[in-house]
Design a binder for this molecule. Structure first.
Ligand SMILES: [Fe+2]
Length: 197
């Protein structure tokens, strides 16, 4: 059945994504100096460990093994989170960067679970839908908590003075070059010319 194998691929991707987050969330928790955010990241780490176990149950239901696919998307999202942790912003502006990174991880997962739930629903797999829905609820709630905790941080951050511009690191220079390429590749489709910087 074609859809079943697409579902299994999607779930293996999620299994890899959750495992990568088990490793990455402690860094966000350690990096954040805001007690509220710190506790959200720590609580979500415990939830994420449970989500790994829940996915194992889903695979047991399917009679398949959970490994077999590395989630490149989550690897990229986590990599961007590392950039936020390495930024030499201070105070609330640093925390604001972490919030952006954390929300990306949650919404990436939400997309994966929503797609998997649609597939499992279409395939008539109510047990699996129930398990996946429990995790989806946790992801949505984690994203809401991050956004809510973020609101006062953003307000404080908006009041902080702009830091003097630092010379770009090698990684930042490469990223800036790639972003120019992204823009110029899209330009013919958009019917625009590239910006000048
Ligand atoms: Fe998760």
């Amino acid at each position: 059945m074609a859809l079943k194998s697409v579902l299994i691929d999607e779930l293996r991707d999620l299994y890899s994504a959750e495992n990568q987050l088990v490793k990455a969330l402690p860094n966000l928790a350690k990096g954040s100096k805001n007690p509220k955010l710190k506790s959200i990241f720590t609580d979500h780490l415990a939830e994420t460990k449970g989500q790994v176990e829940r996915l194992k149950k889903v695979f047991a239901e399917l009679g398949e093994k959970p490994t077999g696919q590395h989630c490149n998307g989550m690897e990229g999202v986590i990599e961007e989170g590392k950039d936020a942790l390495e930024k030499d912003e201070e105070g609330s502006s640093f925390e604001a960067g972490l919030i952006g990174a954390a929300l990306r991880t949650e919404h990436y997962e939400i997309a994966g679970y929503e797609a998997s739930i649609s597939m499992a629903t279409a395939l008539g797999m109510p047990k699996i839908v129930k398990l996946l829905n429990s995790t989806l609820k946790e992801e949505v709630s984690a994203a809401k908590k991050i956004t809510a905790a973020g609101a006062p941080i953003m307000k404080l951050s908006a009041k902080e003075p702009e830091a003097p511009k630092q010379p770009k690191t090698g990684k930042e220079k490469y990223s800036a070059k790639k972003s120019k390429e992204d823009e110029s590749h899209a330009a013919p489709e958009l019917g625009t010319s590239t910006t000048v910087s």
